[in-house]
Design a protein around this ligand. Structure first.
Ligand SMILES: [Zn+2]
Length: 299
């Protein structure tokens, strides 16, 4: 069973919120205007986009996927997608704990609205992972049985660049060693570090090695490998399997918009790398879906 732990739900509301600072866009039909600037299909309603995703997953033989609401304020779109296809989608959301009332917002999103993964982007929202507010996020996740995702390493948001939006990120704030510190205080909360640490592979492996609740996602084309001379995806998988083991790697693609759709080439490259890393059929099964099913059991 193939499951994708990392997809972005680029809804109409997402495009509306993201493009607020872009001048000259119409107020009505704003999402469609942005989609057309980007050369994307207009996402339509959240329900229509959810159906588009299901058809796409069916076409590629993907059983389930995590959908990330990728800007604060767009959680309702992912909630609607999950409500429409609860057997296919797990709801995740970008969360800024530095904004007002983090505890109240989290309680609503996790307990009332049924979303299952909080996604933190400390470099984007510019807070430290050792800030007490981050502990409160982990406490809320523990109470709700939710997962916390922490983006570390290099962070680029392609759609922001395309729209000419500034991205004043502070990459020092996304450090897997800071994740390890908070992970060790909240051992019951599963924590996902995406893209093998996105350039901080060594630190991500150190975090996984010392904290049994840290998992790594394999998503995206892993372009960060350019920072490591000679590094190959085969070697990344071999090392991650050796350190984190086969139960703590989650397959993902980082798919996001249509018409590009689900990123089959990313999947194919990862399966080839797993094979080259001598992963057995059993290990491949765990990485490609078994670990996802354990982390996000169907209710
Ligand atoms: Zn992503």
């Amino acid at each position: 069973m193939l499951c994708d732990a990392h997809c972005h739900f680029f809804s109409s509301r997402f495009l509306e919120l993201l493009s607020q600072p872009v001048p000259g866009l119409p107020e009505s039909g704003r999402a469609d205007a942005v989609a057309s600037m980007l050369g994307w299909e207009p996402p339509g309603s959240a329900e229509a986009l959810a159906d588009r995703w299901v058809a796409e997953l069916d076409r590629h033989g993907v059983a389930r996927a995590t959908l990330i609401a990728s800007i604060p304020g767009d959680e309702g779109s992912v909630q609607a997608a999950v409500a429409r296809h609860p057997q296919r989608f797990v709801g995740a959301f970008m969360f800024n704990p530095a904004a007002p009332d983090p505890a109240g917002r989290l309680k609503t999103l996790l307990e009332d609205r049924g979303l299952r993964m909080v996604a933190l982007f400390p470099a984007m929202h510019r807070y430290r992972l050792d800030d007490p507010v981050v502990d409160s996020v982990f406490e809320a996740a523990a109470a709700a049985g939710a997962v916390v995702f922490v983006h570390c390493g290099v962070l680029t948001v392609g759609v922001r660049k395309r729209l000419g939006l500034p991205s004043p990120f502070d990459l020092r704030l996304g450090d897997p060693l800071a994740v390890a510190a908070v992970a060790s205080r909240h051992p019951t909360v599963p924590i996902v570090v995406p893209h093998f640490g996105a350039g901080l592979l060594r630190e991500a492996l150190m975090a996984a090695d010392t904290c049994a609740n840290v998992l790594l996602d394999t998503s995206s084309s892993n372009g960060w490998m350019k920072y490591h001379p000679g590094l190959t995806l085969d070697a990344v998988f071999r090392q991650a399997l050796a350190v984190a083991g086969p139960d703590r790697l989650l397959f993902g693609t980082d798919s996001s918009f249509f018409p590009r759709g689900w990123q089959q080439p990313v999947h194919d490259a990862q399966v080839a790398a797993l094979t080259a890393a001598n992963a057995s059929a059993d290990v491949r099964k765990r990485v490609l879906g078994g670990n996802f099913a354990r982390l996000f059991p169907l209710s």
